[in-house]
Design a protein around this ligand. Structure first.
Ligand code: ADP
Ligand code: ASP
Ligand code: MG
Length: 407
């Protein structure tokens, strides 16, 4: 007998039929002898609807009250799934994030889990119950309710799996696993049987939203095997685990894309020591997550510096940049939110030269201009115009032969 954590995303619990299907699977797993902890997301598009509602009543909703509002979505699902499981004759009990012992820092909207005090869950399991936990939320060290950022229920699930020493964390969603590209953009994308933690980290960080980035960090740090699979077909999905050294590594595992970023360029800034330090310090202190950075060759003692950041942070970054332009005597700054990023991820890249060249050639053949480039040992990313993103993903998927092998 083992312990399984099962997380169900929004589409998996979108309506009463889906909730009953999920409850049935939970009940079967429990009857099979395993202890089961269930983590649920808000039903369907509830979170988006609640965010819209907040913007209908206030100009700048956020912080504590936004978290109070958004956590109600997961609370609805947890109670409904719990009722449905009990209706099948399996004892169950639901918990909010706070009751489940998810302790976070105080950063509303993007709180980090500091500790998991899972005593109540352990006790429920010891009493033979299924524990059903509201994902995406916790309680801060100041005793306020917090949320973990979009997609945060994945993080709740993996954190609980780590704290409870679960055998596996199953992430149930609306696709059959992790694919070689978003199947909505590339219909012939291939389901990957296995992805390493490192590859999944790069994929999650560059737009492969099937798993939230923080959940992959937790899984890697605590060695939690994650199984991403479908709650519609229940077919075996993708295992995300430590790299298997006996297996040959694919050069490229996947192509990801992300159209949620913007680019800011500070123009004609004096090229002298300390300027970049000052600029990025101020942005960091304002809580802005800067991603790619490119500094151009300087001419006549002046240079341009561009960086990318989440679009949601552009307004706040603009305020910081206005100050920096004055302080550094730069000529000004420009914002471009019509950009997107395409990335190639693959562990085999480390030992195979020429991947970057092939990537740039494939984009060139499509007439797609590259605005910025960044790399890690197992990833290459290019910033392109927003309108070119999906075409770029399909071109790269084709160029690297990632499509489903013909039967
Ligand atoms: P959930 O509500 O279950 O958490 P999400 O919408 O967060 O579901 O994540 C699942 C979606 O992720 C899929 O519907 C798919 O469109 C998208 N996706 C993006 N990239 C990938 C990928 N490489 N493999 C699988 N799905 C992906
Ligand atoms: N409901 C939250 C969201 O939509 C959390 C999640 O689904 O994981 O982002
Ligand atoms: Mg998700």
């Amino acid at each position: 007998m083992g312990l399984v954590v099962q997380k169900y995303g929004g589409t998996s619990v979108a309506d009463p039929d889906r909730i009953r299907a999920v409850a049935d699977h939970v009940a079967r797993t429990r009857r099979g002898g395993d202890d089961v902890v269930v983590v649920v997301s808000a039903m369907g598009k509830t979170t988006d609807d609640l965010i819209r509602l907040a913007h209908d009543v206030a100009r700048h909703p956020g912080g504590r009250e936004m978290d109070m509002l958004l956590t109600s979505g997961e609370r609805i699902s947890m109670a409904l799934v719990c009722m449905a499981v009990e209706d099948l004759g399996v004892p169950a009990i639901s918990f909010t994030g706070s009751q489940a012992g998810i302790v976070t820092d105080t950063a509303h909207g993007r709180a980090k889990i500091l500790e998991v005090r899972a005593d109540r869950i352990r006790q429920a399991l010891a009493e033979g119950k299924v524990a059903i936990v509201a994902g995406f939320q916790g309680v801060s060290t100041d005793r306020d309710i917090t949320t973990l950022g979009r997609g945060g229920s994945d993080t709740t699930a993996v954190a609980l799996a780590a704290a409870l020493g679960a055998d596996v964390c199953e992430i149930y969603t609306d696709v059959e696993g992790v694919y070689s590209a978003d199947p909505r953009v590339v219909p012939e994308a291939r389901k990957l049987a296995h992805v390493s933690f490192d590859e999944m980290l790069e994929m999650a960080a560059t737009g492969g939203r099937v798993l939230a980035l923080r959940s992959v960090e937790f899984a890697r740090n605590y060695g939690v095997p994650v199984h991403v699979r479908s709650s519609f077909t229940w077919a075996p999905g993708t295992w995300v685990t430590e790299e298997d050294p006996s297996m040959e590594q694919a050069i490229i595992s996947g192509v990801t894309h992300d159209a949620s970023e913007a680019k800011i360029t500070i123009e004609q800034v004096p090229d002298r020591p300390g300027i970049a330090g000052r600029m990025f310090r101020e942005l960091a202190d304002a809580g802005i997550n800067v991603d790619m950075i490119v500094q151009n060759v300087s001419t006549a003692g002046h240079t341009d510096i561009s960086f990318t950041l989440p679009r949601d942070d552009v307004a706040r970054a603009g305020a910081v940049m206005e100050k920096i332009v004055v302080e550094t005597e730069a000529s000004g700054f420009r914002t471009d939110d019509r950009i997107g990023r395409v990335s190639l991820v693959g562990a085999g890249m480390k030992t195979n030269p020429g991947v970057a060249a092939r990537m740039f050639e494939a984009l060139a053949a499509e007439g797609i201009n590259i605005e910025m480039i960044s790399t890690s040992t197992i990833r290459i990313s290019c910033v392109v115009h927003e309108d070119d993103v999906e075409r770029a993903v399909r071109a790269l998927h084709r160029a690297f032969g990632l499509e489903e092998a013909a039967p």
